[in-house]
Design a protein around this ligand. Structure first.
Ligand code: ZN
Length: 293
């Protein structure tokens, strides 16, 4: 698949539901085979009058593939291969910082990677990949998301440190306290290594988060084994979380409209410049990566 589609949306939990229920325009999604294995379902959608790539991170359904088992390398490779150079993602983390409330939109600007054992680089066995991570997320995409949210009448908080844990289990109270002491404000399981892989292939990447619950120990949360997160998510908050999920399509549409009109003017496109200047790599990014043997 080699088409010229420059913008991509990675849909998180509920992506497929939004498609199925018509909140996002229906599109045909199918996994793509890559040198790094099979990607999550990928296709194209019309958003804001523009054709964009759309990838349902957790598969065909609400949450068929858990965060630790997503093939992040295949996903980023497939999007790059299909022509994308800018990625907007969404994710539904919990709040470590009690000033955040369920249903709130937050655009993270920093990240603590607490994942373990995920394939997190395209450059295994090479000398490539010494890439700076400040800013972690593309500032241009983050700004477009903020403008899109506020233009939709939705309040959004710009800037937060997202802690990415391995999962699939949720975090212990002591882990949450540790992350909080380290400056973590949100905790989720998906943005790493996604954001780092995008930078390795000189792609822009930023995420819009909607807070789904308070993290363990932040608020009293009696056990309820029969429901999602086993009682960690407050039932009373579910309506606001649901409204935030429903609002995602509108924000994505506005962000796509804004970005489609704006040329790239951020440093993301030059992350591998030193290696090119040194002659370590050429212009064809497919020759940079080292697929597993
Ligand atoms: Zn960028």
């Amino acid at each position: 698949m080699h088409v010229s589609i420059r913008l991509a949306v990675i849909g998180g939990s509920r992506a497929y539901d939004l498609l199925a229920e018509g909140d996002l325009p229906e599109g045909q999604l199918a996994p793509v085979e890559t040198p790094f294995g099979r990607s999550s379902p990928l296709g194209t959608l019309r958003l804001g009058g523009h054709e964009v790539l759309f990838l349902s991170r957790h598969g065909l359904g609400g949450y068929r593939v858990g965060a630790p088992f997503v093939n992040y390398r295949a996903n980023i490779y497939a999007l790059k291969d299909a022509g994308a150079d800018r990625i907007i993602a969404w994710s539904g983390p919990g709040a470590i910082d009690p000033s955040f409330v369920p249903g709130q939109y937050v655009i993270p600007d920093d990240l603590v990677d607490e994942t373990r054992g995920r394939a997190s680089s395209f450059y295994e066995g090479t000398g490539l990949g010494l890439l700076r991570q400040d800013p972690v997320f593309c500032p241009a995409i983050a700004a477009a998301l903020a403008t899109a949210a506020s233009g939709s009448g939705i309040s959004v908080t710009e800037g937060a440190a997202y802690v990415c844990t391995q999962g699939p289990r949720l975090e212990t109270p002591a882990e949450i306290r540790k992350y909080g002491l380290a400056g973590g404000q949100l905790v989720g399981m998906t943005l790493a290594p996604e954001v780092f892989l995008a930078r390795e292939l000189e792609m822009c990447y930023a995420a819009l988060c909607y807070v789904t619950n308070y993290a363990e120990g932040v608020r009293e949360a009696p056990p309820r084994p029969e429901v999602l997160f086993q009682g960690l998510a407050d039932e009373q908050d579910q309506a606001t979380v649901e409204a935030a999920v429903r609002g995602l399509a509108c924000v994505m549409e506005r962000a796509v409209e804004a970005l489609a009109e704006t040329p790239r003017c951020c440093p993301c496109a030059e992350s591998m410049k030193r290696y090119k200047l040194q002659g370590d790599i050429g212009e064809d990014w497919r020759e940079w990566v080292r697929p597993p043997l």
